[in-house]
Ligand binder design. Structure first.
Ligand SMILES: Nc1ncnc2c1ncn2[C@@H]1O[C@H](COP(=O)(O)OP(=O)(O)OP(=O)(O)O)[C@@H](O)[C@H]1O
Length: 328
């Protein structure tokens, strides 16, 4: 039997889990070495995580979507000593599963479960494919809450999110293909400057990359603004091309950006072509701490919330790294 101490947090309300949770629980019954906890709200997870920290597991398995993963990681960072964080294993229990996708565990939910149980059957080895990622700690929301996330977006990301909720997720569709459909529809709206998608938000930015060389940009209309600690978002999209060594990628495309239809595909690939220039309205940065000043809404791993606006900046700081184990 495995000597690896494993605990697992499941959010049964996350996208895929609504279908799979009963199956997962039934299979876990044969693995008493996994201390499985089902949480139905972030508050339940808040109450649980200090107990988990006290039991010092080697591995914490998070079975949920991007929001659940980010919330659980934020709680883990505040209850574990930094030098002895557990290894994290992800099961893609959500709808978009962007974080699990970047770690390589989301191409198919069925395959992820198969690999996970095979890993348990092999004694849950702690060596293998380990990927380190930071997480963003976000403060400055209107409600005063501190949040964590791996992907943040505003501008056209908000219109795309609303479109996704209304027309795609409401039909029970999830995964990378549904995100691809939303992307294609949104890009078409942006190319045509359709007001349902083309709504720039005025943002001022300061990016610190830890070398003391801050980059500041005055308030400008932003068509798309995305920040992430992930390498790959979905369908191979890597929209960050700055070369500095810092954990958070930030890409800003201004309202009125020129040559959009020609430039944007290369932005998505992270290999900017000759149209992707500052003069044309495209810029990418890397930072360890970013301040955004704007009055509006943003999407952090699927959760929508408002900034405080005015002079209170939204502050995004990198925490971690966190080590993710991908069962083979
Ligand atoms: N540990 C938890 N247990 C239960 N609910 C949680 C937990 N952590 C976060 N939540 C709540 O779950 C919701 C987010 O769900 P989650 O992101 O896991 O699923 P999803 O939206 O289907 O997936 P995805 O974000 O991958 O599209 C939010 O309402 C959040 O407040």
């Amino acid at each position: 039997m495995s000597t690896t101490r494993i605990c697992m947090i499941s959010n049964p309300t996350s996208g895929n889990n609504r279908k799979w949770q009963a199956h997962i629980e039934a299979r876990l019954a044969a693995y008493p070495q996994v201390a499985h906890h089902v949480t139905r709200s972030p508050q339940e997870a808040e109450a649980l995580v200090p107990q988990l920290a006290a039991s010092r597991p080697d591995v914490v398995v998070i079975n949920g979507g991007d929001g659940t993963i980010a919330a659980a990681l934020g709680m883990i960072l505040s209850h574990w000593p930094r030098e002895s964080l557990p290894l994290i294993v992800l099961l893609p229990g959500g709808t978009a599963n962007m974080t699990a996708g970047d770690i390589g565990t989301a191409s198919s939910h069925r395959r992820a479960l198969k690999r996970f149980f095979r890993w348990l059957d092999c004694g849950a080895p702690l060596s293998g494919d380990i990927r380190a990622r930071h997480i963003m700690r976000v403060t400055g929301a209107a409600d005063g809450h501190i949040r964590h996330g791996m992907f943040l977006g505003t501008g056209a990301i908000m219109q795309a999110t609303r479109f996704a909720h209304k027309t795609v997720h409401s039909r029970g569709l999830g995964g990378e293909l549904s995100l691809g459909m939303v992307l294609i529809r949104s890009v078409w709206g942006l190319i045509r400057q359709d007001a349902r998608f083309y709504q720039p938000t005025h943002v001022a930015m300061t990016v610190q990359n830890g070398t003391g060389a801050d980059v500041t940009r005055d308030t400008a209309p932003m068509l798309i603004l995305v920040a992430s600690t992930l390498g790959r978002l979905f369908l191979g999209i890597r929209p960050f091309w700055a070369k500095q060594q810092a954990p958070i990628g930030l890409t800003a495309i201004q309202g009125g950006a020129r040559r959009f239809a020609r430039a944007f595909p290369s932005v998505l690939r992270g290999h900017p072509n000759r149209h992707v220039t500052l003069e044309n309205g495209y810029e990418s940065f890397r930072g360890a701490r970013i301040e955004l000043r704007f009055d509006g809404e943003l999407n952090l791993d699927g959760e929508l919330f408002a900034t405080s606006g005015g002079d209170v900046p939204l502050v995004i700081e990198a925490e971690g790294p966190i080590r993710f184990l991908r069962p083979k």
